[in-house]
Design a protein around this ligand. Sequence first.
Ligand code: PRX
Length: 656
Amino acid sequence: MEPTRPLTNTIDTMLLEERRYEPDPEFARQANAQPDIYERDWEEFWETEGRERVTWFEPFAKLYEWEPPYAKWYLGGKLNVCFNCVDRHVEAGNGDKVAYYWEGEPEDERRTITFADLQRDVVRFANALKGLGVKKGTAVGIYMSMVPELPVAMLACARLGAPHTVVFGGFSAEALSDRLNDMECELLITQDEGWRAGKKVPLKRNADVAVAQSPTVRKVVVHRRTGGEVAFDEARDAWWDALTKGKSDDPASAPCEPMDAEDLLYLLYTSGTTAKPKGIVHTTAGYLVGVATTHNYIFDVKPDSVYWCAADVGWVTGHSYIVYGPLANATTGVIFEGVPNYPNAERWWEIIERYKIDILYTAPTAIRSHMKWGPEHAARHDLSSLRLLGSVGEPINPEAWIWYREHIGGNRTPVVDTWWQTETGMIMITPLPGVTTTKPGSATKPFPGVAAAVFSESGEQVAPGGGGYLVLDRPWPAMLRGIYKDDKRFRDTYWSKYEDVYFAGDGARIDEDGDYWLLGRVDDVMNISGHRISTIEVESALVDHQKVAEAAVCGRADERTGQAIVAYVTLKGDEEGSIEMLEELRDHVAKKIGPIAKPANIVFTPELPKTRSGKIMRRLLRDVAENRALGDTTTLADPTVVEEIKERATADASED
Ligand code: PRX
């Protein structure tokens, strides 16, 4: 069992939010979800959605099988995810419909990609992959930025039945090679460089370092994005454009592989409470039904919607709600390569105005950044096309929720705060627009067909008004099918705190109306800008530095990023902490994990507070980081250590 910490602090400090937003009757009338959706029997719900939302090569024979902790869904069914996301829309006469508007970071770079274009690109690339020996079951790594070729690569893999793992383009070479090695990828798809706030991100250079440590990778496909000079290994590397040149774009030349409902679609690695990321397993049918169904009802997508999920495809939000869910529903989406404040803070609002976007889905950290930059940037643009706003990734504070609705949603749009995880694959707790009365800061109710509860430490269901641990007590179609090659960790992490019940690792409160209020992680996982990073991963990266003897890491509340990383570091021998050392360590963490994991503060200390048995007392470090009165210090081996750390913490603070 991974450790959990008591929830009392968060629950006690939980703000009681009284504001309510009833659905607008006009929205309600036209909404995809009607109130009776909550009355549907959960098995009937998933059975019907499964039959109607997805096109099967062979129908499924059985809805699900549950042998805790492993579930199977839509047993006996045969289908292909790429066929469902692309080919069937072209066959239905929607080839001219726009699949993606792509907005490059340089402002004059834009592309409009129809479903027919997408099919041609995917088929050509699938043929290229076939030429490199990729077939059903070949593991493929993808390390790219937000370019259209990223979904093309994912879909081409899905078409051939080759499972992929997408590694976020902000991760380091080491993080990449860890994942390539764990999945035993044979091929890596990457690009020369990416754009980020006017600077070039050296993706190919990182990929070269990673592949040098990933013996299973035999081929590297390189998409040319910036045209910058990159090293090129003639024997191993191949340019995307050269490979696809002259390849057939006839769908029959690279047919969609009929996949079993439970065949592996992808792995996505996520942080847990140890340094080694977990390869979360997602399979074919249940995942597709889950993401397509939730996308339809929660975002109220219409045939003429222009939908923008402003996440990165490298995270689960992008997998489920930029690529697979929206494409399965034949939705027109927007992909943006850049960041919200480059070249200035108006970029997002220009994009919304340009494409007349009606649905925007983003993270609280982005909303808080926009709050900081001020509402005047949005006010200069016509955002009247917006009908719906969504939030994901971390608890949204009521003030940010209200700001989002007022300044972006014109005080008119519903806001859906959606709770879910890499592991759940699909949104699990969320309002349904037009149906649910929303409360700023609450994710409200489990999605239809989903069961959740709040449990006490001892496993009793907490009654309305109480707080405890969020659990999911029934299987759902898009649920993880395990941790890749690690059954024990799967059981220990999610299924051992309570028997046969999924333990999400989040604290939650349930109010008198049965609405859920998410309270953040209860384990040693931090949530930085909506991304999970484990304290131990960062500690390992720090200790990896030759001058570091010991390190302890924790999160502290941060206005903009939700949490920020604080590291306490003991240096070896006579080494002294200095500003240079601090920068060196921050860079070292960026190199080992990625810039997102750089500590915001590093406190150099001659010693860490430990119990007599030698365990680092993280609780005290959290208290120091958050400037709280210290809890019980009686079990400390040397009580003077924390006082010293407290003094240093106030002296050495450094902000990003
Ligand atoms: O702590 C919860 C938080 O993000 C965690 C899942 O992180 P990840 O797997 O990276 O997926 C993020 C995108 C789905 C959860 O355990 N979280 C996510 N959404 C919310 C949230 N916390 C509160 N409210 C949310 N809406």
